[in-house]
Design a protein around this ligand. Structure first.
Ligand SMILES: [Zn+2]
Length: 443
């Protein structure tokens, strides 16, 4: 029998303590079963408001905690776009008189790295096609031509360097074929190929601004942010491979050749010898030599012959380089590439070019206080591939004849100009000393 049946109050008396305990238990159960725990008790508006107070880094960490948080962050990013106007303004335009300090450049580039990581994590469930669409949306917002204010001075604009860092962070760890898709998507989005074709098919220097824009785009977006040589070789190959050899050589010069402000100095190395010492030589030709070395090491897509042909083409177009500049470039490229190029000239019977290069090696070594053993080693490589004794003799004599020709030329045409005569005579003297020491080494 239930005694409560006879009581005036039907409701059984319960302790408030027990009621509270019961409520707590229900709450705890619901908190435990909901994916965001206590956070789920807030309405969605409040949840999104909380996210506003988090840094990009915290948001990015939140996306990898759970799928629900990832969805929440994704929703947050659609309402609050990651590119704020003040950031875009700051990276496009900088005062000439008060340039942004280098440390600030790094800060902005690092910020885009963090944004890239956030996007990489929040879009991890998307297909490559959708992720590429997202990357292109960011690119559209950052392109100088889409910027509402004027962004005249490309050399001071940071936008593409920031995008480069963003891109490389998003695609880090992607398969090569996916990276190729990324390259193609960006090229077609920006009509890059059309512009490159126009520049390559026109006379060098006839589209000065466009040439510089292409250089900056390739360097800042694809090449400079690379973290390893292998990575750089991959992207350089993507840029060069669609074109025939003549254009490949031209593109390398366009991307890494010497520049003055926003002009690519196509004829500088055919008219002057700008590199007096090793610091200047690396300023003018260091980038080119480095690019050639990178291709040379990327054996899966470039043979030694390809690299030699590119050097041959690059140093004879749009005009033949001065032999001293070519010698300088080869010294920077290293012994393996140099000996390969000399051997190919020897096999093709290009004796005049060879002797001109050998004398220039002597000159560069003297100017930079380097040992002439390098030159002797290169001569030995060449002699090894010349079959007939007579041809070997002709080659040896052509070197000293070349010295004679050059000294007479300087004497006749450039009397009193700089130290050319001094350096040339010293080169010949040093070379002769080296040969004499080798010849009379035995007692
Ligand atoms: Zn800009």
């Amino acid at each position: 029998m239930n005694i409560t049946h006879y009581m005036p109050c039907k409701k059984p008396r319960r302790s408030t303590r027990l009621e509270f305990k019961e409520k707590e238990a229900v709450k705890e159960k619901s908190v435990q079963s909901s994916p965001l725990g206590f956070f789920d008790m807030f309405p969605v508006e409040l949840k999104l408001m909380f996210l506003k107070y988090l840094s990009v880094e915290d948001l990015s960490n939140l996306t990898i905690t759970s799928k629900v948080f990832r969805n929440l962050v994704e929703g947050f990013l659609t309402i609050h776009p990651i590119l704020k106007k003040d950031i875009v303004d700051r990276i496009h335009i900088q005062s000439k008189y008060l340039p942004m300090p280098a440390i600030k450049h790094t800060d902005y580039i690092q910020l885009f790295g963090r944004l890239g990581l956030l996007i990489k994590r929040s879009t991890c469930l998307y297909s490559t096609k959708d992720r590429l669409k997202f990357i292109n949306e960011v690119l559209t917002k950052l392109l100088c031509c889409n910027y509402t204010e004027h962004c005249e001075d490309l050399s001071m604009c940071l936008a593409m360097s920031c995008f480069g860092k963003f891109l490389h962070t998003v695609i880090a760890g992607w398969d090569d074929c996916e990276c190729v898709r990324a390259y193609e998507a960006i090229c077609s989005h920006t009509c890059l190929m059309k512009n490159v074709k126009l520049v390559l098919m026109s006379k060098s220097g006839s589209h000065q601004r466009l040439e510089f824009e292409i250089r900056c785009f390739f360097r800042r977006v694809f090449l400079d942010p690379c973290s390893s040589i292998q990575d750089k070789a991959f992207w350089m190959t993507r840029i060069l491979k669609p074109w025939p050899l003549v254009y490949q050589a031209r593109l390398i010069f366009l991307i890494y050749g010497p520049v003055l402000e926003d002009e690519i100095l196509w004829f500088e190395l055919s008219e002057n010898t700008p590199a007096v010492n090793s610091v200047q030589s690396s300023q003018h030709m260091g980038g080119l030599a480095n690019a050639l070395q990178i291709l040379h090491h990327y054996k899966q897509e470039w043979s030694e012959d390809d690299v030699v042909s590119i050097i041959d083409e690059m140093t004879s177009s749009p005009e033949e380089w001065l032999a001293e500049n070519m010698a300088h470039l080869l010294i920077l490229c290293g012994d393996v590439i140099t000996s390969k190029l000399l051997i190919s000239k020897a096999i093709n019977g290009r004796m005049m070019e060879l002797s001109s290069l050998i004398t220039s090696f002597c000159l560069v070594c003297v100017k930079n206080s380097l040992n002439l053993d390098y030159v002797i080693a290169m001569i030995r490589h060449v002699l090894r591939v010349i079959d007939s004794a007579k041809d070997r003799q002709i080659f040896s004599c052509s070197i000293t004849d070349m010295f004679k020709e050059l000294i007479i030329d300087i004497h006749e045409f450039e009397e009193g100009q700089g130290n050319d005569m001094f350096y040339m005579v010293t080169s010949m003297a040093e070379f002769t000393k080296k040969i004499m020491m080798l010849a009379f080494k035995e007692p």
